[in-house]
Design a binder for this molecule. Structure first.
Ligand SMILES: [Zn+2]
Ligand SMILES: [Zn+2]
Length: 261
C-alpha cells in the first residue's frame, strides 16, 4: 500500500474514532441529564439535531490531522510521543499533562476571543452560539473553520513536546469530558471545583454557561487565568433560569416563544 493511501485511511479511521467518541461521551452525559434533570432538554430536539450534525462534521475535521500524525508516529517516528515510562523523569508525566492543557487553553482563549469580533462571529462562531441553551450534544458543534483551529493544536504539540502515550490519553480524556460537561446545562462537579478558591482558577459548566448567556466574557477552556488577567471573567452563571419550567407547549398548542420546538 502506498504511503498516501495509508495516510488517507489513517485519517478516515481517526475521524470515525472521534465521531464514535463524541457519540458515546455526549450520549452518555445526555442520558445522565435525563436521569438527573428530567425534561431539561425538552423542546430542544431541533437544536440537538443541529448540534449533532455540526459535531459529526467537526469529527471528520478533527480526525484528519490526528490521523496523519498518528500514521507518522507509527511509521516514521515523527512525534515526541513515548511509551517507556522512564524515558523522561517521572515528574514530567503530570507536568506534561499540565503543559498540554495550558497551551491548549491559551490557544483557545485567544482564538475564541478573536472569534467574538462581530465580523468573525457572524460568519463562524455563531454556529456554536446557536445553541441556546447548549446541551451535552453541543460539545463539538462548531463551524468547520473553527473546528480546524481546534483540530490542529494537539497534533502540533505532539510533534514538539514529549508526552507519554498514557498522558496523551489523559489529555484527550480531559478534553472530551470538559467539552461535553461544560455544555450540558448543569454542574456535576463539587462546589470547591467551581465556587471555592480552587474553583476561582478552573472552568467547569458553571463558568462556560455564563459565556453562552452573556457572550463577551468567560472565553477560557480549562483555566480562568487569561480571563482573570484580561478582565473578561464574569464569574459563574446561573442554571436556574434555564431549568424547566413546566410543559413547553401552551394551551393553544404553540411552542414557547423564541425557541424551536
Ligand atoms: Zn461553548
Ligand atoms: Zn463563544
Amino acid at each position: 500500500m502506498s504511503a498516501a493511501l495509508a495516510i488517507l485511511l489513517s485519517a478516515l479511521a481517526m475521524s470515525v474514532i472521534v465521531a464514535v467518541r463524541y457519540l458515546i461521551a455526549s450520549g452518555g452525559f445526555a442520558l445522565a441529564t435525563r436521569v438527573k434533570h428530567p425534561g431539561h432538554y425538552r423542546g430542544l430536539d431541533a437544536q440537538i439535531r443541529r448540534e449533532i450534525g455540526w459535531s459529526l462534521a467537526s469529527a471528520i475535521i478533527y480526525g484528519a490531522p490526528a490521523g496523519i500524525v498518528a500514521w507518522g508516529w507509527q511509521h516514521r517516528g515523527w512525534t515526541r510521543i513515548y511509551d517507556d515510562w522512564h524515558a523522561y523523569p517521572l515528574w514530567w508525566l503530570p507536568v506534561s499533562v499540565l503543559v498540554y492543557l495550558v497551551i491548549q487553553d491559551t490557544w483557545f482563549y485567544w482564538t475564541h476571543r478573536w472569534m467574538h469580533r462581530p465580523a468573525v462571529f457572524k460568519r463562524v462562531h455563531a454556529v456554536h452560539h446557536a445553541s441556546r441553551p447548549p446541551t451535552a450534544w453541543a460539545a463539538m458543534a462548531f463551524h468547520p473553520f473553527e473546528a480546524v483551529t481546534l483540530a490542529v493544536v494537539i497534533p502540533l504539540l505532539v510533534l514538539l513536546i514529549p508526552i507519554h502515550v498514557a498522558m496523551l490519553g489523559l489529555v484527550l480524556g480531559v478534553m472530551t469530558v470538559m467539552g461535553v460537561t461544560n455544555h450540558m446545562g448543569w454542574e456535576m462537579f463539587p462546589r470547591f471545583l467551581w465556587g471555592g478558591r480552587v474553583g476561582a482558577w478552573l472552568i467547569t459548566a458553571s463558568h462556560h454557561q455564563r459565556h453562552h448567556d452573556a457572550y463577551r466574557c468567560n472565553y477560557g477552556l480549562y483555566f480562568r487565568f487569561w480571563d482573570r488577567l484580561c478582565g473578561t471573567d464574569q464569574g459563574v452563571g446561573d442554571f436556574a433560569k434555564h431549568r424547566p419550567r413546566g410543559p413547553r407547549l401552551d394551551a393553544a398548542g404553540g411552542s414557547e416563544p423564541g425557541r424551536a420546538a
